[in-house]
Design a protein. Structure first.
Lengths: 112, 888
């Protein structure tokens, strides 16, 4: 079966959505990724990736409650779909498999 | 809580962001804003917020640029319905599209012609600073010498004395024998200043060292001429012999330039440097202030105020020419280069000048035909709307708003306009070569991207102007009126009639004008000119290049003519022959002037001829005698005047008298000819003096002005049997007599015809427009007839049942167009009079505008109209009443 190909940022966002469980919306996803990876990102990239993942059917979304700090706008919560979970599992499996094939002490010696 | 994100950023976000996305997007941004603002300064956060908003612009966030989805659907729906309606009423749609197509084709062709005329010399990048210099000598009274050719000395004079002048360049044409042996041609060679290309933008294809004319032995060719002389070879570095001032010199080709665009006043094929001036002109000519020949162009420094230059030019002139002229006698002026082509107030020099009123008239005509087509559309779709009233009624009942119906109608007219435009563009491009040939113009058309925009604009404008009126009228009607079956928008009816009347006015006007123009041109061609030019031709003789004095040069060519003449006389096909400085139809004859001892200024034209000349053209003597052949005394002293000259000098009993004036040598008037039209019929007959040798009166003359070259021609009257036989015979003798010279021969009738080229061209353009407008109007009329018949079919049937004859029915239907036609004919009369009187002012000899022409125009237009309506009307009159009555 042709597996859905996802990019690195997509993978990170997918992981963050999954790990945040029922508190996953753009701001928290951004915070999770920034804290864990030290990347410089802004929320617009996260929005873009989330919309893309939703179109691919890897995440679901539902509208949540509004707060005053959000100017009366509601949140959009995301959750992992079955397909999203499968893609993550596959990606991780491939990485683990390749990593395990790595000989223990391989690195290129600097040429003298 | 106090610190809110900037509202302009929010508004911007709301403006571009899709409605379904803005909820969480803006919320997230607000949340982050609140988060950040506690950590950093407010204005940094505000900027950051705006940055996020900007960064949110992604393709999947932006609203559909076509507006909201409903409009897109409506547009699609409108398009679908419009195309169905177009498809359903094929005949009606065909008439609409064809009308628009023809009108637009006419408009485009006229438009491109007008554009070409109006964009002369616009391609020079420094055009705002380039001016052509003119010279106006004004010594009071008639003694005004106004030229846009200028003295040779102007180039250095302007550069040295006017600090505002960055560059001054000169441009002149001379005729030179080029090439050798078989490939020897008499060519027009331009003499240009070295920095010519620094001022004017002519594209140099290849030049060595970026210097097109490095020395006096270099020559540059146009791409076309490079091909003519060298074929496919690279001409650079090759040499070409030119016979300049009696000397055969080898010139090296140093550059090739792009063929000069059609809309350039300066036209040249080959050019040499003005460093050759010292062999082309005498020392006296080069220093003279009163001898005019080349065109001078100046390039002013940027920011030059022309007013200032003009204000001080008199002082500068007086400081240089202090002893020779009084203040305001010698005036220099500057004319923008882009003004040359259509300004008829400044006399033409080398650059041909177009006729601005023709350009104006043609653009009006092009526009008129397009308006006819648009009106056609409006009347037809208004008429057709009565058929479609139920459709609109139902739409309204279902809930269509006024705007919606207007849009639907506009979509329809746009679709038709787009179709018509597309076809007419193709038609225009295809028919352009044919059009050029037919009309005798030279329109070049290169596709440019902005043309697309133009076409789109045309579709929009034509669509709106054709569709808006019917759309508004139809959408305004009350539903109850429509579906209740009450007919009648009286107002729209009147307007429709008015529009039909307008079409008739324009059509009748065009038809009558064409007839009038044709009559005037026929009159010009058939008018008795006072001489016979049928079966005559002229052969250009070449002067001996080694002669410097004007009279000697003329005499040398005349002697050559005599040799050729004696050779040709032996043939029975040659009936008569003679030598003369000017033949007919090739330009204005030489004009000279002087002031006599009583300080009276005389200006007249001259032609140096031999005794055979008058015989060749059968010019009649009124008094006295003609010249005597082979009589030296007669040759040196006899002169002949025309009737106009006798009147000008106020001579009674002129034979044996002298011209008033003390400087003349020995001469006497031996004869007077009847007046004959030696100039085109644009002008009256001017005083003319015929001489044999320029020496007879040359001493007494002060000023000369030659439009047609005064170098003698051999004129020949031949027996008309076989033109090519005559040509071969002359060519044979010419080659035997002057083996190294190119034979230049022209037929007098063709030259005389060519004088009216402009008017012929105009006539053909108007005729073309007339034809198209008749076609367009006929389409309209045809459509109207069909509609009329459809709405009256029951009436016709009932009348027929009662016993009306077919003819009565035909008359009944035809009569409904009669008032419009009559009003159209009547109103077109003043329009035609106004326009045609203006046109006829171009001629000194005019036809009378007779009422007959208007009657003829009216009859022709009525016949066409009758013809158009007759087919369908007759068919309707023949219809079996049962067929149409049965249906309900």
């Amino acid at each position: 079966m042709a597996r859905e190909q996802i990019g690195e940022l997509e993978e990170l966002v997918l992981l963050a959505v999954g790990s945040l469980l029922d508190n996953a919306y753009a701001v928290t996803v951004l915070q999770t990724i920034v804290e864990n990876t030290d990347r410089r990102l802004d929320v617009t990239s996260i929005h873009s990736v989330l919309r893309r993942l939703e179109r691919k059917g890897l995440v679901n979304s539902e509208m949540g409650g509004a707060t005053a700090v959000r100017g009366g706008r509601r949140k959009k919560y995301f959750s992992l779909t079955r397909a999203g979970r499968n893609v993550l599992d596959d990606t991780m499996a491939v990485r683990a498999r390749l990593y395990n094939q790595l000989p223990k002490l391989t690195f290129a010696l600097p040429k003298l | 809580m106090k610190l809110q994100p900037p509202s302009y950023a929010d508004r911007f976000l709301k403006w571009f962001c899709r409605d379904e996305l803005i909820e969480d997007l803006q919320g997230d941004l607000h949340e982050l804003f609140a988060d950040r603002i506690s950590e950093q300064s407010a204005w940094v956060t505000r900027i950051q917020y705006f940055w996020w908003v900007i960064r949110s612009i992604r393709h999947d966030v932006i609203k559909n640029p076509l507006g909201n989805m409903r409009n897109v659907h409506m547009l699609r729906n409108n398009l679908k319905i419009a195309s169905r309606i177009i498809w359903k009423n094929k005949l009606n749609s065909f008439l609409l599209v064809a009308g628009i197509t023809l009108g637009l084709t006419c408009f485009l062709l006229m438009g491109f012609y007008v554009r070409q005329e109006a964009t002369y010399d616009q391609f020079h990048s420094k055009k705002d600073r380039i001016y052509r210099v003119w010279l106006k000598e004004d010594y009071g009274g008639d003694q005004i010498f106004f030229n846009s050719s200028t003295p040779l000395i102007f180039e250095s004079f302007l550069e040295d004395n006017f600090p505002e002048v960055e560059r001054a360049i000169q441009f002149n044409n001379i005729r030179v024998n080029v090439g050798e042996g078989e490939n020897r041609y008499n060519e027009r060679v331009s003499v240009i200043s070295k920095d010519f290309f620094d001022v004017l933008d002519f594209n140099l294809l290849s030049a060595e060292n970026n210097e097109p004319l490095p020395d006096r032995n270099s020559i540059i060719l146009s791409a076309e001429y490079a091909k003519k002389y060298f074929g496919a070879e690279n001409p650079l570095g090759k040499s070409l012999p030119l016979e300049l001032a009696g000397e055969n010199r080898l010139f090296t080709i140093t550059a090739v330039f792009d063929d000069i665009p059609v809309n350039s006043s300066i036209q040249m094929d080959m050019a040499i440097s003005s460093e050759n001036d010292n062999v082309i002109y005498s020392e006296r000519q080069r220093k003279a202030w009163f001898n005019v020949s080349p065109e001078t162009y100046v390039l002013f420094h940027e920011g030059t105020d022309l007013e200032e230059v003009n204000a001080k030019s008199q002082d500068i002139i007086l400081s240089v020419l202090q002893d020779e002229v009084q203040r305001d006698e010698y005036n220099i002026g500057f004319q923008p280069i882009t003004d040359i082509h259509l300004n008829t107030e400044i006399p033409p020099a080398l650059a041909p000048v177009g006729n601005p009123s023709y350009v104006f008239v043609l653009s009006i005509i092009g526009l008129l035909v397009l308006i006819i087509a648009i009106i056609n559309y409006a009347t037809l779709s208004l008429g057709h709307s009565f058929v479609r009233r139920r459709e609109i009624g139902i739409r309204k009942v279902i809930g269509a708003r006024k705007g919606g119906i207007i849009w639907q109608y506009l979509t329809e007219s746009w679709l038709i306009a787009a179709l018509g435009t597309a076809i007419s563009i193709v038609l225009t491009y295809i028919s352009l070569p044919l059009f050029n040939e037919l009309i005798g113009v030279d329109i070049t058309l290169e596709f440019q991207w902005w043309h697309l925009l133009l076409y789109l604009g045309i579709v929009c404008i034509v669509g709106i102007s054709a569709g808006i009126y019917p759309a508004i009228v139809l959408s305004r009607e009350q539903v109850t009126n429509i579906l209740g079956g009450h007919g009648g928008q009286k107002k729209a009816h009147h307007l429709r009639k008015g529009m039909v009347t307008f079409q008739f006015i324009v059509t009748v006007f065009l038809v009558t004008s064409t007839l009038l123009m044709q009559r005037q041109l026929n009159f010009l061609n058939s008018k008795n000119l006072g001489f016979t030019y049928e079966s005559t031709l002229s052969i250009q003789l070449n002067q001996d290049p080694n002669t410097l004095r004007f009279t000697e040069a003329m005499a040398s060519a005349r002697d050559k003519g005599k040799i050729l003449k004696s050779q040709l006389q032996q043939y029975p096909e040659i009936l008569a022959s003679g030598v003369g400085s000017h033949s007919f139809g090739t330009g204005n004859w030489g004009r000279v002037s002087y002031t006599d001892q009583n300080d009276i200024f005389h200006r007249f034209r001259i032609n140096a001829i031999d005794p055979g000349y008058l015989e060749t053209f059968d010019i009649k003597m009124q008094e006295g005698r003609s010249f005597i052949p082979d009589n030296l005394a007669d040759e040196k002293t006899s002169i002949i005047l025309n009737q106009a000259a006798v009147e000008h000098f106020g001579l009674t009993d002129p034979i044996g008298k002298r011209l008033p004036g003390s400087d003349f040598g020995d001469h006497k008037i031996v004869g007077v000819t009847e007046d004959f039209n030696y100039s085109s019929l644009h002008s009256q007959i001017e005083p003319l003096i015929l001489i044999q040798d320029y020496d007879a009166i040359y001493q007494g003359i002060h000023d000369h002005d030659y439009d047609d070259s005064p170098v003698p021609k051999l004129v020949v009257k031949y027996r008309t049997e076989n033109l090519s036989e005559i040509y071969n015979l002359i060519e044979k003798e010419w080659k035997a007599t002057f083996p190294n010279e190119e034979l230049r021969l022209s037929f007098t009738d063709e030259n005389i015809q060519a004088q009216y080229d402009d008017e012929q061209k105009m006539n053909r353009l108007v005729r073309f427009a007339t034809l198209l407008s008749i076609l367009v109007a006929s389409f309209g009329l045809l459509g109207m007839t069909i509609l009329l018949i459809n709405s009256k079919i029951k009436e016709i049937s009932i009348r027929k049942v009662i016993g009306a004859s077919e003819l009565t029915l035909f008359a009944l239907l035809a009569r409904s167009f009669a008032p419009q036609l009559i009003i159209g004919i009547v109103l077109s009369v003043p329009l035609t009079l106004l326009f045609m009187n203006k046109w006829l002012e171009n001629f000194a000899y005019q036809i009378q505008i007779s009422p007959f022409i208007f009657i003829l125009g009216a009859i022709i237009s009525s016949l066409i109209a009758l013809l158009v309506i007759s087919y369908h009307t007759l068919r309707a009159a023949r219809i079996n009443p049962v067929e149409s009555m049965r249906r309900e």
